[in-house]
Design a protein around this ligand. Sequence first.
Ligand SMILES: [Zn+2]
Length: 332
Amino acid sequence: MSALYPWQENDWQRLQALRARPPQGLLFKGNKGVGELELAINFAHALLCQQPHSSGMACGTCPACHWLSQGAHPDFRLVQPDAISLAGEETETGKKPSKQISVEQIRELADFLSLSAHQGGKRVIIIYPAEAMNHNAANALLKSLEEPPRDMLFIVVTHKAQQLLPTILSRCVAFNLTMPDVATATAWLQTQGVKQPETALARAGFAPLLALQGDAQTGLDEREKLLAALRQPSVLDVFSLAEMLQKTEQVLVVQWLQQWSFDLSAMKLAGSVRYHMQDAAAIKKLVAAVEPLALARLQKLLQTAKREAQHTLNPKLFFESLLLAYRQLLTA
Ligand SMILES: [Zn+2]
């Protein structure tokens, strides 16, 4: 059991309201990296704990909490792909761990479902992430959801609800996770030692846990230099900038360019930005004389570039052509 993240207080309160009569299927819908699994686990623990705190959180000291911390509570199951549970290690047979939830994993729940609760209370199954279920697994789960034992709660966690069977969706009560607010998430990242928390957060699509991962923080210097150049397209030195960038991962650079380009369009069309809040004024000035069509072309170009970025042979040339196109479109 871990503490809630600071942006989850509201969601936690909403869960408490469900607590007296939890539904049999609960669909957690939210973005990746906002602590969606942790919230589900906290809720499961809280339901199984024998003496929860007044906040609703599990006590962490009762026998039930002890079993949970050992991964040995008989009334709790967490179903996830081997790729997540093994955390990058190989399987026993030396195969690459699967990214899918297999039908066998769901069928293994059958015994669990056929028994009644050891502790005479609730039983909880978490499926994470539900879109990792292959077709057969999803159908097998559906059978269980159709006639769940009375004491059973399924928490189905998903980042892509549109990929789930409509029949699964219709058997669950939807619970939309709140997106962390930027100020709270930034403050939290700071306590985690992230040096440029706002930048890392924006780069991670505003998912704080993704912002904490290494790849949201690598190349920050390169990104700063790139952005400084993008702010002044008329004096942008394409060749030296491409040379500076050539050792940075291409996909990452294209992603920075896409976020920048997104903000240019967003400012032009809606008067606001999403990723570069400190640059809002500069962006407003920059796009004032630019045609919306040019910005649309830029976005299109970067979409294509994103696909090409995976297999460019000459990164320097690749960046040169992108930066040239950028300079042309913004200064035409
Ligand atoms: Zn407890």
